[in-house]
Design a protein around this ligand. Structure first.
Ligand code: SAH
Ligand code: F3S
Length: 433
């Protein structure tokens, strides 16, 4: 009987990819097979996120449950950003945890597995050229890392401390991975990094230095590849060359993540984001002008220390001007050892909740407006998942989630779908070609 691995992945797409790497390494080198049932697992991994405080609290109650339910002799490992951030504290608080493996130490999974109470969390460890074994959770699209770490020092963000300094992965490794994914049947790739359009800033060792725009050109030259997505780009690095390539290159999907954080120039300064409200509006307007069908998504933090009514109104103004297709909004959460955690001008929690509610309500109105416009239109959809009641779902090039009647044989194929029913989150349509 093979050994069984249960893995829970929290947080961002980079964690999803890190989990895939660990699954592949554990399969190839240790013979583990995946299970969805933690009670029958020989190894339980939690790949954690520490970007906000709430999931960190949840971790310990969850670990307690796993420990109670696990089968005898099963090991528990804590991986990812909270592992980097809390290190050996985790084993102090939950002594039954067998090892702690930081977000930048994924390649060491088969090593810590055999060292009880091992704690590997070095953030200067260089995995940028590590050749992981292959595992993909979806055969239709492939997540591919293009850089590790982040060099920005946004004052609210814990990521530079958990993932370390930014190193770009050599271009030839990325292109080779894209080729392998396409040969394996993927028609779409998702390029990943904390700050993708800063690509090429630093490599470890001697490598050809190209920027993100050039990387997109090279990746798009791979035959058989039909779609390229990427996350997350930084608004500061959205220069004209980048936006023009985005507009012109037919393989690049027309959806852009533009993490705003705040619409107030003075708060953006306090956050050390490096751009102003005007720059952000100018970039979004250029995108909308060059790519009329583009979808723009964003991240917004409300109630950052010192956020005045006027600052918040600036954020609402940007929301109204850009009319984002998707908004991920959060209340500011102070994170240990970040600059903003020292700021004393904190916002009253009730006011913070009020602002978040107002922002989300306005975004819902905007979404209603946007989704109305889909009715009767035809989108080319790449089907990726089965839905209940005989439906399949996928995304249009500009990231609209669309479902239609159909079954397995449609997965991994493209079809033209005419929208017959709209809603905020998922559109329903019928296949017309
Ligand atoms: N480079 C990544 C950032 C990862 S964090 C990116 O641009 O997507 C993802 C999002 O979490 C951030 O964009 C920010 O909106 C939010 N976030 C980060 N730190 C936070 C904090 N301390 N409190 C609340 N939200 C935070
Ligand atoms: Fe965090 Fe800013 Fe980097 S949000 S991940 S420090 S770009």
């Amino acid at each position: 009987m093979s050994k069984k691995l249960f893995i829970e992945t929290l947080g961002c797409a980079m964690n999803v990819r890190d989990s895939e790497h660990m699954i592949a390494e554990l399969h190839e080198k240790e013979g583990y097979e995946l299970t969805q049932n933690s009670a029958e697992a020989d190894l339980i991994l939690i790949n954690t996120c520490s970007v906000r405080e709430k999931p960190v609290h949840k971790l310990f109650s969850e670990l307690g449950v796993f420990n109670k339910q696990k089968k005898e002799g099963a090991k528990i490992g804590v991986c990812g950003c909270t592992a980097s951030h809390l290190g050996k504290e985790i084993i102090k608080k939950a002594p039954y945890v067998n090892f702690v493996l930081g977000a930048r130490n994924v390649s060491r999974i088969t090593d810590v597995l055999h060292r009880d109470k091992a704690v590997e969390t070095a953030i200067d460890y260089d995995e940028s050229q590590f050749a992981f074994k292959d595992f993909r959770s979806s055969p239709y699209k492939a997540y591919i890392n293009i850089s590790i770490g982040c060099d920005k020092q946004c004052t609210f963000c814990i990521v530079p401390q958990t993932r370390g300094e930014e190193i770009s992965i050599p271009t030839e490794l990325i292109v080779a991975e894209v080729r392998r994914a396409v040969a394996g049947g993927a028609k779409e790739v998702f390029l990943l990094g904390q700050n993708v359009n800063n690509y090429g800033r630093r490599f470890s060792g001697e490598h050809e230095k190209i920027n993100f725009t050039e990387l997109l050109r090279r990746v798009s030259a791979v035959e058989g590849l039909e779609r390229i997505r990427f996350t997350s780009p930084h608004p500061l690095h959205m220069d004209d060359e980048f936006i023009e390539e985005f507009a012109r290159n037919p393989k690049i999907c027309k959806s852009m993540h533009m993490p705003l954080q705040s619409g107030s120039t003075s708060l953006l300064k306090a956050m050390k984001r490096g751009y102003s409200k005007e720059w952000f509006l100018n970039r979004a307007a250029k995108l909308r002008e060059m790519v009329p069908d583009v979808s723009i998504s964003t991240d917004i933090i409300v109630a950052f220390p010192g956020e005045s009514d006027a600052d918040f109104e600036d954020t609402m103004e940007v929301l109204n001007a850009v009319k984002f297709e998707q908004v991920f909004s959060f209340k500011y959460s102070p994170r240990p050892h970040t600059e903003a955690a020292e700021y004393t001008n904190v916002i009253d929690p009730e006011l913070a909740s009020e602002r978040l509610t107002r922002l989300q309500a306005r975004h819902d109105e905007i979404l209603d407006e946007i989704s109305e416009k889909h009715l009767g239109r035809v989108y080319r959809v790449y089907f990726e998942e089965l839905r209940p009641e005989g439906m399949v779902a996928g995304r249009s090039d500009n990231n609209i989630l669309i479902k239609a009647e159909g079954s397995e044989e449609l997965l991994g194929t493209f079809a033209d779908v005419k929208i017959t029913k709209v809603s905020r989150l998922v559109q329903t349509g019928e296949i017309v070609g």
